[in-house]
Write a protein that binds this ligand. Structure first.
Ligand code: G1P
Length: 297
């Protein structure tokens, strides 16, 4: 079996309580970092990695995600008439022509593992990617930076014929916020995963390598998730599915090149906003000047 990925799953059914009251009506995936919603960064990363089928796992409160990826006829007509070709290109680039978006519903919030399982009818049994849009990964300015995290992982998966999970070093006191992996033979940026546990307490965590929201997974995970019982927090955990997958197949942990912003937290979103503002030619100077000024007060 080849580990080339063509399909990516975006679980977007979470509540986003950390951003209330904004998330009363705006899904957290639609919160902007400068001028793009969070979900767009993850989508761009998946397309760059070679995916042409994007599966959004949503619920009834997330219609605006589907609306966002739909064609905006009236707006396009207006911009065309007004000769605003640059803006027209901006909204058309939201979803390039060769890419299709598929929406599946997760009727009940039963956990990340369950959300991924909801995508099974679209994925079939081939290897696929999972991207958690909360984790925004930056690898240098768009255009001049390095490859996105998922592209790096897709190349490794294909080369090694194995599932690949993104990891980063986290402070020991924070292991309870992450899936934590134990690896063998870590060399360079990757190592084989020996064990993976969801949100262990610092004193029992097998390491301080935390899972970040990017996965390249074997299609075998679906059979396993069907049988996975609720774990941490009473939810069906993707981490527990991966732990069971390890008994049958090899999976690698990959320390990606780039910086992750935890946009599921308010400070992460603020940091990402600053970073991306500094990346925009038309904003960088003003952003820098404002920060200097604000810090000197
Ligand atoms: C999820 C996963 C966890 C992973 C994290 C990365 O947790 O369950 O293993 O480390 O994403 O962001 P969540 O943050 O959704 O609770």
């Amino acid at each position: 079996m080849s580990f080339r990925i063509r399909k990516a799953v975006f679980p977007v059914a979470g509540l986003g309580t950390r951003f209330l009251p904004a998330t009363k009506t705006v899904p957290k995936e639609m919160l902007p970092v400068v001028d793009k919603p969070l979900i767009q960064y993850a989508v761009d990363e998946a397309i760059e990695a070679g995916c042409d089928t994007l599966v959004f796992v949503t619920n009834r409160y997330k219609h605006s995600v589907a609306d966002y990826f739909d064609k905006a006829y009236e707006l396009e007509q207006k911009l065309e008439k007004a000769g605003k070709t640059e803006l027209l290109a901006v909204i058309r680039e939201v979803l390039p022509r060769h890419v299709r978006a598929v929406f599946v519903t997760q009727a009940e919030a039963l956990g990340l593992g369950h959300a991924v399982l909801c995508a099974r009818p679209v994925i079939g049994d081939e290897p696929f990617a999972v991207l958690l849009p909360d984790d925004l990964i930056w690898n240098g300015r768009s255009g001049s930076g390095g490859p996105g995290a998922l592209k790096q992982m897709a190349e490794l998966a294909e080369r090694e014929n194995a599932s690949v999970i993104a990891v980063q070093d986290v402070p020991r006191e924070q292991t309870g916020s992450y899936g934590i992996v134990e690896t063998i033979d870590f060399s360079g940026r990757h190592g084989a995963i020996a064990a993976i546990v969801e949100k262990p307490r610092p004193e029992v965590a097998p390491s301080t390598l935390g899972v970040v929201g990017r996965y390249v997974l074997s299609g075998r995970i679906f059979d396993i998730l069907e049988k996975t019982r609720p774990g941490a927090g009473g939810e069906i955990q993707l981490t527990d599915g991966i732990a069971a997958l390890l008994k049958e197949e090899r999976a690698l942990a990959y320390r990606f090149e780039g910086r992750r912003f935890d946009c599921g937290s308010r400070i992460g979103l603020v940091e990402a906003t600053i970073q991306f503002a500094l990346d925009h030619d038309d904003l960088a100077d003003a952003a820098r000047a404002y920060m200097r000024d604000a810090l000197s007060r």
